[in-house]
Write a protein that binds this ligand. Sequence first.
Ligand SMILES: NC(=O)c1ccc[n+]([C@@H]2O[C@H](COP(=O)([O-])OP(=O)(O)OC[C@H]3O[C@@H](n4cnc5c(N)ncnc54)[C@H](OP(=O)(O)O)[C@@H]3O)[C@@H](O)[C@H]2O)c1
Length: 296
Amino acid sequence: MTGRGSPEDASARTGPVCLLTGATSGIGEVVAARLAAQGARVLLVGRSAERGAQTIERIHSMVPGADLRLYLSDLSRPAAVRHLATEVRASSDHLDVLINNAGAIFFVPTFTAEGNEATFALNVLAPFLLTELLLDRLELHHGRVVNVSSAAHRTAGLHLDDLDRARGYSAWGAYGQSKLALLMVTYEAARRHAGRGVTFNACHPGFIRSRFGDAGGTFSARGFRLAKRMFGLSAEHGADTPTYVATARELEGVTGRYFVQSRPHGSSRASRDREAAGRLWEICLDRTAAYRAPLP
Ligand SMILES: NC(=O)c1ccc[n+]([C@@H]2O[C@H](COP(=O)([O-])OP(=O)(O)OC[C@H]3O[C@@H](n4cnc5c(N)ncnc54)[C@H](OP(=O)(O)O)[C@@H]3O)[C@@H](O)[C@H]2O)c1
């Protein structure tokens, strides 16, 4: 399903091309609208055609003539991530920005058909794989990769020998670990791909009243929803930092940083463990090996 724009006219445009996952809700939808208002062609990724169509309608009502294109993909499945990358590559010869924003918490243990714990699959393996499959397209215009992590990365450790939490599952433990791992993957990408002209940064959007955590009937899920209603900030606030990191001129060439409230911020000690990041990177390579062959 598409908004305006077609593969044929993509090369005629001068605005940046931005790919944004998790664009059909919360923080992502507002980021998409802001990028569109800045003249970008926005490639929105979501799972539901209906929510996608509603998002496109809302953005068009705020930004008439917005150049939007919707892609449907369940990012917890690496084959779907590869299919998405194939579609994106067919419609755009380059990418200026990739924002890996889609993410979720799973209040009960959930596993994908590949055997990956779902939080790790969606919040870590998907952004890792999508970035690797699109890196050459990002290189063409000194692109930016922005990974939406979380302050929750501070609450968990990285269990390299039990990333799937087989030894005991806790939803917040799995979520915190996934956001820590995403941060470490961001730093490691900045090191491994240094010199390729692409920047890799991560951010925390704030505690936001979105649909995040809405599925799930456990005590913990209900408590979280109550806290969100009482203390959560707007999705507009949540969009500030990812949009800033994706577009600010003064961040040209800045890489391997973590941003909170649109400022560089220190991240946890565990996130800066280079040896663990290297091992995590190898695990990500291994778990996505069947889906990483170069694409045309
Ligand atoms: N809300 C907070 O307080 C908070 C704090 C720190 C970090 N974050 C992070 O911010 C990011 C955005 O969250 P949000 O608050 O805007 O949450 P949200 O309203 O729940 O939006 C999440 C987005 O991710 C998409 N998504 C979920 N599972 C997916 C899957 N399997 N495949 C493809 N897309 C999927 C959703 O698509 P559907 O429309 O199909 O569901 C939706 O567009 C997440 O990475 C989250 O971890 C949020």
